[in-house]
Design a protein around this ligand. Structure first.
Ligand SMILES: [Fe+2]
Ligand SMILES: [Fe+2]
Length: 225
């Protein structure tokens, strides 16, 4: 473990929440833009499809690590949190994410079809409201102040790596979703988030071997490359 690990459990969760929130809002804006433009190139279309698929996968992987690891850990430690309400919201988001996936397939070869783009925008908006309710509730409980009462920073660093590793097993494909996470964060936050990934990913694969794959998403990132 790195001795100068900068993150905490609550901050790592908050960063993923930021990425999901930003990417939903951003994708809704892109839908509005698409309907006003007729000359979108192939790379831009592919990039947006990759961006949306990465959003869906990050939702599922984030909820999987919460359901399987984070919530059980805190529940066992008698940490106060509305576990049932949060689990119920995760379940309620599943059909909405399925609809989003269908809507993504719908526009895949049919970007010029306004009905399909509107359908995509609506499915994102449906997720947006339930998601906001969910992550705000989660952060009311899972914040630095509350978690610090239970575990010290050294233990938290260990847990960040453990939770990050488990989330990583559900990230697919890694060459799109990991850059999606990092480049939808402000620069200082990205640097801290990068700590949970093996250095070979952040220093070698993302800038080199993976770049050809993720670069299409670059127009949609918070940080442009
Ligand atoms: Fe959650
Ligand atoms: Fe969460």
């Amino acid at each position: 473990m790195k001795s100068n690990f900068k993150s905490t459990v609550a901050q790592d969760i908050k960063r993923i929440h930021f990425v999901l929130t930003y990417a939903i809002d951003n994708s809704i804006k892109v839908c509005q833009k698409i309907n006003n433009e007729s000359n979108l190139n192939k790379e831009y279309k592919q990039g947006f499809i990759n961006y949306l698929n990465s959003l869906v996968n990050l939702f599922h992987s984030h909820h999987t690590v919460e359901d399987d690891k984070i919530f059980p850990y805190f529940k066992e430690s008698k940490f106060s949190m509305p576990y049932e309400d949060l689990a119920k919201q995760h379940e309620e988001l599943i059909p909405l994410l399925d609809k989003l996936e269908d809507a993504i397939k719908g526009i895949n070869n049919d970007f010029d079809n306004q009905l399909k783009v509107n359908n995509l925008r609506e499915s994102l908006e449906n997720i947006q409201s339930l998601w906001a309710e969910h992550y705000i509730l989660e952060e009311q409980y899972l914040n630095d102040e509350n978690v610090a009462r239970l575990i010290n920073l050294e233990q938290q660093a260990q847990l960040c790596l453990e939770f990050g590793k488990y989330a990583g097993q559900h990230i697919n494909p890694d060459y799109l979703v990991i850059p999606f996470i990092l480049f939808n964060l402000p620069a200082d936050e990205r640097e801290v988030m990068a700590e949970v990934f093996p250095p070979v990913i952040t220093q070698e694969l993302i800038p080199n071997q993976w770049k050809e794959q993720w670069i299409s998403m670059s127009p949609f990132f918070l940080i442009n490359n």
